[in-house]
Write a protein that binds this ligand. Structure first.
Ligand code: 13P
Ligand code: SF4
Length: 321
């Protein structure tokens, strides 16, 4: 505890000295989210992280999340220094969508509009017509479908299937998945719902279709948080990374939030639903990044690639329904 307090104090001092701001995702650990709030940074979903960083006047952004979030920040604000607690914090969707293969997939379907999830490398974004996050994916695909466009979607197959079902758009998909959300289990969720019949089920659409079908609300992290505030239920079963409980509980202290079951839930694993890469964003690593920067912490995106990736990203930020 004492050590934690010392790190927090050090980070606060460094943020001031470097004119830096902490931008954190809802899946980071509670102390990181609290620190971002205390220091005038932001805690949000991946879309709002991008907007916040792009609009902020700080010289340095320290992004607590995973690498694609840091890269997005760098692409949108090339003149800022963008630091991350560790550059090792990747994402299974990014890993599962290498540019060479994805590009070949696109080349095989030149008539299709390429829409990629933000959870991808800068190179994959540079190959896309649109970048989307889960907050805005449905609206953008709906819009493209209404314009008569056919879509090549990547990389999350579950989010893609959900969007296809909702919009009826003509989509072909890359077959990627999130290691965290892919683990939620339908049967165990049905059993848990029997124990808590009054509970509302909240599901992030990176989860498999049978889990999404059991949901009372489906959405991005920010949309699920909003649902937890607005729905009248007192109990919620939540199928997404457990990092989200910090904000849900903060906004509704009287409500009861329960983790949706994963394959390893129970005796072997109490909290499987936590992204191993989000978990790398600790206080020590943040202090280290601010203090030393350099190769292990500073995001660099090839400028030519960044220029290309900027267009589909900017298109997303400018999109109004
Ligand atoms: P959101 O855009 O909903 O914050 O999700 C990002 C993410 O990585 C989900 O796993
Ligand atoms: Fe990627 Fe899943 Fe982690 Fe989100 S939770 S960063 S989609 S691996």
């Amino acid at each position: 505890e004492q050590e934690q307090a010392a790190y927090k104090a050090r980070i606060k001092q460094l943020l001031q000295e470097k004119n830096a701001v902490l931008v954190a995702h809802y899946y980071t650990d509670p102390e990181i989210q609290a620190l971002a709030e205390e220091t005038g940074g932001c805690v949000s979903d991946s879309l709002e992280m991008a907007r916040f960083g792009a609009n902020h006047t700080a010289d340095t952004l320290i992004v607590a999340g995973v690498k694609f979030m840091g890269e997005t920040a760098k692409i949108l604000t090339p003149n800022k220094t963008v630091l991350m607690p560790t550059l090792e914090a990747t994402c299974s969707l990014d890993i599962g969508c290498p540019i060479e293969e994805f590009s070949a997939f696109c080349d095989a379907h030149p008539e299709r509009t390429v829409v990629v999830y933000a959870n991808t490398s800068a190179a994959v974004k540079a190959r896309a017509d649109w970048v989307v996050t889960s907050s805005i994916a449905l609206d953008i695909v709906d819009h493209l479908d209404a314009e008569g466009e056919t879509i090549l979607w990547g990389p999350d197959k579950h989010l893609g299937a959900y969007i296809q079902k909702q919009t009826g758009a003509d989509m072909i998909m890359w077959q990627g998945a999130c290691v965290v959300h892919d683990e939620f289990k339908t049967k165990a969720l049905e059993d848990l719902k029997k124990v808590y019949p009054e509970a509302a089920i909240l599901v992030h659409p990176e989860s498999p279709a049978p889990v999404v079908e059991l949901a009372d609300a489906v959405g991005s992290t920010s949309q699920l948080i909003k649902a937890s505030q607005e729905m009248p239920n007192e109990t919620f079963i939540v199928a997404t990374d457990r990092g989200i409980f910090y904000k849900m509980q903060q906004l509704s202290p009287e409500k009861h939030f329960i983790e949706a079951p994963t394959a390893g839930s129970g005796a072997t694993c109490r909290s499987c639903a936590h992204c191993p890469w989000m978990a790398m964003n600790g206080l020590v690593a943040i202090a280290e990044a601010l203090e030393h920067g350099g190769k292990a912490h500073e995001i660099q995106v090839d400028p030519a690639l960044a220029e290309k990736a900027m267009k589909p990203l900017q298109r997303m930020l400018n999109f109004k329904n």
